[in-house]
Design a protein around this ligand. Structure first.
Ligand SMILES: Cc1cc2nc3c(=O)[nH]c(=O)nc-3n(C[C@H](O)[C@H](O)[C@H](O)COP(=O)(O)OP(=O)(O)OC[C@H]3O[C@@H](n4cnc5c(N)ncnc54)[C@H](O)[C@@H]3O)c2cc1C
Length: 318
């Protein structure tokens, strides 16, 4: 028998009474057994060195059996990765069963230059473009190229005129940092979809409520296309916090607290990262969301583990 004093209980507030008078929290419903698995897409960035190329391809090979709907490859604003993005997309087409989507930005280039890149993709067999404006170099204000597409909505119209691409665009649950207002940013998203995009992929976010409230606003604005949540499994908290400050994604205090003290322990950090992202996607799944886009950062483990938790398994025979 354990005495109250040895278990640390306060006789005035017995432990069990304290536990039983706290608020009740319902558990997340178990994912449906045998129900359809969510549709996933994975984002990669084009490698700069041979070592990074090997890392990317190990990542692609690890995630390929999960049969994502598509995998996308980012594009350095101003075309800085044009050749590497193209080469990566072409190799995905040639050597995997995956469907690639090429990111394409219009900043710092004329319409003719952007159109030529798009035509090159179509001729190479690429049918899906993620159409973006892109960011100016740090510290510079955005100014459209004099002969260029001003905004992503103009790029979507331009792509539509070139070929019947499937087009995805970016959405910002916390509003794009340079937007005149949240309402103007939502109008912009609607313009991009009305111009011919079929899906939006969101900037990553950490508070599920932020995304769900954004979906309400999209629906109220007359948007019906899927607004696919962008999921960023965080394992390097300090790096993610720096990047979030630049792209306008807020970092909640609870996330900082979760990673506090794990700086010197990568194994623990990874476990914490999977738990945090798994809770986020399970909550979204319980709220009816069944499409997810993962920012993989060219590392497969976290994305693979979270996909597994979502119910996604390697395709039969893969
Ligand atoms: C899923 C995703 C993928 C991304 N991939 C890449 C990538 O591969 N390469 C890269 O460089 N960047 C990428 N980005 C970042 C993106 O380029 C930046 O966020 C960029 O600042 C905005 O791009 P956009 O396509 O959303 O721009 P837009 O939709 O053109 O919007 C940009 C800003 O202009 C405002 N705006 C739009 N139209 C008007 C108008 N007529 N008048 C006044 N203001 C207007 C909008 O409200 C917004 O504030 C990505 C972002 C996301 C969410």
């Amino acid at each position: 028998m354990i005495h109250a004093s040895s278990s640390g209980s306060d006789p005035g507030h017995p432990t069990l009474a304290r536990w039983l008078t706290g608020p009740r929290v319902a558990g997340l419903p178990a994912p449906l057994c045998g129900g359809p698995a969510p549709a996933l897409s994975f984002e990669f960035f084009p490698p700069r060195t041979d070592a990074l190329e090997a890392q990317l391809w190990a990542c692609i090979r690890r995630l390929e059996p999960l049969a994502p709907r598509f995998v996308s490859v980012t594009y350095g604003a101003g075309g800085s990765t044009q050749a590497r993005t193209h080469a990566t997309v072409a190799r995905i087409l040639a050597e995997t069963v995956l469907t690639p989507a090429a990111h394409l930005t219009c900043i710092g280039a004329s319409r003719a230059e952007v159109d030529a890149v798009a035509r090159g993709y179509w001729e190479a067999g690429v049918r899906h473009i993620v159409a973006l404006r892109g960011d100016p170099p740090p510290g510079e204000a955005y100014a459209p190229h004099p002969d260029g597409y001003c905004y992503a909505a103009d790029l979507v119209s331009g792509l539509r005129a070139i070929a019947p691409f499937e087009i995805s665009v970016a959405a910002y649950p916390e509003t794009h940092p340079q937007a005149v207002s949240a309402a103007a940013d939502l109008d912009n998203l609607k313009r991009k979809l009305d111009a011919g995009a079929t899906r939006a992929i969101t900037q990553y976010f950490f508070d599920t409520d932020v995304y769900l409230r954004f979906l309400d606003r999209c629906l109220a604005a007359g948007i019906s296309a899927p607004i696919v949540p962008g999921i960023m499994p965080v394992s390097n908290f300090a790096q993610a916090a720096r990047f979030s400050a630049l792209c306008g994604a807020s970092v909640p205090g609870w996330l900082a607290r979760l990673f506090e003290g794990t700086e010197a322990d990568p194994d623990i950090r990874r476990m914490v990262a999977v738990v945090a992202a798994a809770e986020q996607v399970r909550l979204l799944q319980a709220n009816g969301v069944d499409e997810f886009h993962f920012y993989t950062l060219n590392r497969p483990e976290l994305t693979y583990a979270i996909a597994h938790i979502l119910g996604v398994r390697p395709a039969a025979g893969a």
